[in-house]
Design a protein around this ligand. Structure first.
Ligand code: SF4
Length: 71
């Protein structure tokens, strides 16, 4: 059983996780097509929906955006 307020805590934790990623303001973080690619020194946001695998960041609008949890 989940404690009261669990959803709010999850949203806060998720936001904190996004803050730790590159371009936290990017729309890609809320998209099902985004994959994070990390090397020892860098982290990239890869798109699996567009021909351009590494779109210029931060993405503010995108015709291929699909919100997580809505597919
Ligand atoms: S489809 Fe658009 S919003 Fe989604 S990951 Fe690719 S570039 Fe970002």
């Amino acid at each position: 059983m989940k404690a009261p307020g669990h959803q709010e805590e999850t949203a806060v934790e998720e936001a904190a996780g996004i803050e730790a990623l590159p371009f936290p303001e990017s729309l890609c973080h809320r998209c099902t097509a985004m994959r994070q690619v990390a090397t020892k020194t860098s982290s990239f946001l890869m798109c699996t929906a567009l021909p351009v695998k590494y779109p210029r960041q931060p993405v503010a609008r995108c015709p291929a955006f699909t919100a997580r949890g809505e597919r």
